[in-house]
Design a protein around this ligand. Structure first.
Ligand code: AMP
Ligand code: GLY
Length: 426
C-alpha cells in the first residue's frame, strides 16, 4: 500500500504514525501534513481540497490509497473526483462519495436516514424560510432547552442550544431568513433536547461489513468542567468506563447494525468510517450525529489502542474480506491531552518557538511546523500527549507529565480531562 492521508491535524499524525510502522514511512504521504507527519513519511505541499494537484501527485508517486482525515475533502467530493477520471479511478479513496457524505454534511439528510432505519435519535423536524412560521409552532410544542441545527457544515458552530422560547424563535429567524450561517442554514433542523452523557463509537466499513474500533470520549469545550466555547477538542479518553457490555450490545443492535444495513438499503456509496456521536439517556444510546470520518482528538487514543494492523483493515475493506476481521483493542487506558495557544478558539498567536524536553512517538502534532530545524506553533491546537496506563489515572498522569514537558509561550491545557469519568470506575 502507498497511501496519501489528507489533513494536517493530530488525527492525521496518529494515522500516519500507525501506518508508517506497518507499511514503512516511504509509503506514507500526508497533504499538507504538519511537523509530526513529516517524521512518519513525506509531507505533500498541496491543499487537501485541491483535487487536481493531488491527482497529479498520486499518479507521479504511485499512490494507490487515499484516506481523507477531515470531512471537507469528502464533502467536496474527493472520491467522486478520483472515480470520475479514468487515470485515477484505480486509486482507492477510503471514504463515502459526496452524496453519501451527507450523513455528516447535512443534518436533515442524516435525520431522514435514521428515521427510515428506525435508529434512536432525538425527535425532529426540518424547516426552510418558506415555512418559518411552522418552525415557530414546532418550537412552541417542545420543552426548553431548544436545539437548533444549521443543516450544513458550519465549522462546529452551527448548533445552538437555547433556554428561552422567544430567543429560540429569534435565532430560527436569524438562521433561516438572515442566513446567519450562509448556505449552511438554508435549512434548519429543530430537535428535542436529550439530557445525558456523550461518547463516540467508530466503525470501519466497506459499506456492507464492518469492524468496531475502540470507543472514546472527547472533551470539546475550552474551559474546565466543559464550559466556554467549543474547540476542535481538548483531550480524549479510551475506553469509556460507562460503556458497559449491556450498553455496547444495545449500541450494536439498535444503532450500528441498522446504520450499516441502512447504507446498503438506501444505496449509499459508503466506505471508510462511521463515527457515531452518541448520548446515553436512561441507559439507552441515541445518535446525536454521524460523522463520515474519524474523530479528532478521539483518533489520538483510538488508533494507539488498536491492537491490529490498520493497513490490513483498510486492505480487507478494499478486497471485500472485512467480515473475517475484528479490531482487537489493547488492554488498559489511553488518554490524550492537548496543549493549545492562549486565546484559542478565539484569537491567538502563531509562530511560537516550541521546546520539547522529552520526545515521545505518541506526542502527536497538530498546529506545528518545522523551520530551520526548529519547531514552531502553526495553529490553535498545537500538540497532543497520548499515553497509556493500566488505569485511567495512570494514563492521565502520564499524559499530563508528558504535556508539561512541552513548552511554548501562552500554552494552555485543560486540567480536568477524565474527571467526570472517575465515578464510573470501581
Ligand atoms: P452536533 O454537531 O449535532 O454533534 O451537535 C453539537 C453538540 O450539541 C453535541 O455534541 C451535543 O453536545 C449538543 N447536542 C446536539 N444535539 C443535541 C440534542 N438533541 N440534545 C442535547 N444536546 C445536543
Ligand atoms: N471530536 C469530534 C469531532 O471530531 O468532530
Amino acid at each position: 500500500m502507498r497511501i496519501l492521508i489528507l489533513g494536517s491535524g493530530a488525527r492525521e499524525h496518529a494515522i500516519a504514525w500507525k501506518l508508517s510502522k506497518e507499511i514503512g514511512s516511504q509509503n506514507v504521504y500526508t497533504a499538507p501534513g504538519n511537523g509530526g507527519t513529516q517524521l512518519c513519511g513525506t509531507n505533500v505541499d498541496a491543499k487537501f481540497t485541491d483535487f487536481e494537484s493531488l491527482s497529479h501527485f498520486c499518479l507521479q508517486n504511485d499512490i494507490d490509497t487515499i484516506l481523507p482525515g477531515s470531512e471537507d475533502a469528502i464533502a467536496q467530493g474527493v472520491r467522486d473526483f478520483f472515480e470520475a477520471n479514468d487515470e485515477t479511478s484505480h486509486i482507492y479513496v477510503f471514504s463515502p462519495d459526496q452524496y453519501a457524505g451527507q450523513l455528516e454534511s447535512s443534518k436533515s439528510f442524516a435525520k431522514a436516514f435514521m428515521a427510515k432505519e428506525n435508529i434512536p435519535t432525538a425527535a425532529y423536524e426540518a424547516f426552510t424560510k418558506d415555512n418559518v412560521e411552522e418552525g415557530y409552532a414546532f418550537l412552541e410544542k417542545l420543552d426548553a432547552p431548544y436545539v437548533l441545527k444549521a443543516d450544513g457544515l458550519a465549522a462546529g458552530k452551527g448548533v445552538l442550544i437555547i433556554n428561552e422560547l422567544e430567543e429560540a424563535k429569534a435565532a430560527l429567524k436569524e438562521m433561516l431568513v438572515d442566513q446567519k450561517f450562509g448556505n449552511a442554514s438554508q435549512t434548519v433542523v429543530i430537535e428535542e433536547f436529550l439530557d445525558g452523557i456523550e461518547f463516540s463509537v467508530f466503525a470501519l466499513t466497506d459499506g456492507e461489513h464492518y469492524v468496531i474500533l475502540p470507543e472514546a470520549k472527547d472533551y470539546k469545550r475550552i474551559g474546565e468542567g466543559d464550559t466556554g466555547l467549543n474547540t476542535g477538542g481538548m483531550g480524549a479518553v479510551s475506553p469509556v468506563p460507562f460503556y458497559t457490555d449491556e450498553l455496547k450490545e444495545k449500541t450494536i443492535q439498535h444503532i450500528v447494525e441498522p446504520t450499516i444495513k441502512g447504507l446498503k438499503n438506501q444505496n449509499l456509496n459508503f466506505r471508510g468510517f462511521v463515527f457515531f456521536g452518541l448520548i446515553v439517556v436512561n441507559d439507552n444510546p441515541y445518535v446525536i450525529e454521524y460523522n463520515v470520518r474519524m474523530g479528532d482528538p478521539e483518533t489520538e487514543v483510538v488508533i494507539p489502542r488498536l491492537d491490529e494492523s490498520f493497513s490490513a483493515l483498510i486492505e480487507a475493506a478494499k478486497k471485500g474480506t472485512l467480515s473475517t476481521k475484528v479490531a482487537k483493542a489493547k488492554e488498559g487506558y489511553c488518554t490524550t491531552i492537548f496543549s493549545v495557544s492562549g486565546g484559542y478558539p478565539e484569537s491567538y498567536d502563531k509562530n511560537k518557538l516550541i521546546t520539547i524536553e522529552q520526545e515521545s512517538e505518541t506526542l502527536f502534532h497538530a498546529g506545528t511546523k518545522v523551520e530551520d530545524d526548529a519547531l514552531y506553533s502553526n495553529g490553535g491546537r498545537v500538540l497532543a500527549a497520548t499515553c497509556f496506563g493500566d488505569t485511567m489515572k495512570d494514563a492521565l498522569d502520564a499524559s499530563y507529565a508528558q504535556i508539561a514537558k512541552v513548552r511554548f509561550d501562552k500554552k494552555y491545557i485543560r486540567t480536568d480531562i477524565g474527571n467526570d469519568l472517575k465515578k464510573y470506575i470501581k
